[in-house]
Design a protein around this ligand. Structure first.
Ligand code: COA
Length: 152
């Protein structure tokens, strides 16, 4: 938990990053799950049991038939190597198995890397929400129809 919180702090501006309490609440919410990407090096050391280090994580939740990506964080030195893709695909699979037909997420309007990433994964901009982040930053709500895209 502490490692994931530190990764989140490093991934986002202070006004966007979650407090420890917020992150813990999202991770423990009913219907929520967290997946962690481990590697042999380059990330943040794990719990000391083995050589694995933590390269990133995703927190997602399901409510009825709607999936929601709460956050996806990849450590800076492990980016553009497919870690985010693997985390998102694994979360979408888990959401689909749990009965989700759509997935939604919010991202800051100025987070060009995340917007490119999500568009590459089949997400569309549904709308913008003014002042979504602490009344200071607008968000884009992006959605994807899961059932159509994942089932082959
Ligand atoms: C967004 C994020 C999760 C992507 O993780 P990642 O492991 O780097 O993503 P991948 O390597 O799987 O990238 C897959 C594709 O997404 C697109 N993409 C990812 N990062 C990109 C960037 N910085 N600029 C443009 N396109 C990007 C590319 O099409 C990429 O494929 P390519 O590398 O073959 O060109 C990562 O940049 C991150 O953690 N950022 C900080 C936290 C954050 O903003 N999270 C999202 C909050 S809503």
């Amino acid at each position: 938990m502490d490692t994931l919180w530190r990764i989140d702090q490093a991934c986002f501006d202070p006004q966007l990053a979650y407090s420890r309490t917020e992150l813990a609440l999202y991770m423990r919410r009913p219907g929520s799950f967290t997946l962690v990407a481990e590697g042999e090096g380059g990330g943040v050391p794990g719990n000391g049991q083995g050589p694995a280090s933590i390269l990133g994580f995703i927190v997602a939740e399901i409510r009825r038939k709607s999936g929601h990506i709460i956050t996806i964080d990849v450590v800076a030195e492990a980016r553009r190597a497919g870690v985010g893709s693997a985390l998102l695909a694994a979360a979408e699979e888990q959401l689909l198995r749990a009965g989700a037909v759509t997935v939604a997420l919010e991202t800051p309007v100025n987070n060009a890397a995340a917007i490119r990433f999500y568009k590459q994964k089949g997400y569309f901009v549904e709308k913008a929400v003014g002042g979504y982040y602490s009344n200071q930053m607008d968000a884009l709500v992006m959605t994807k129809e899961l059932a159509r895209s994942v089932v082959r």
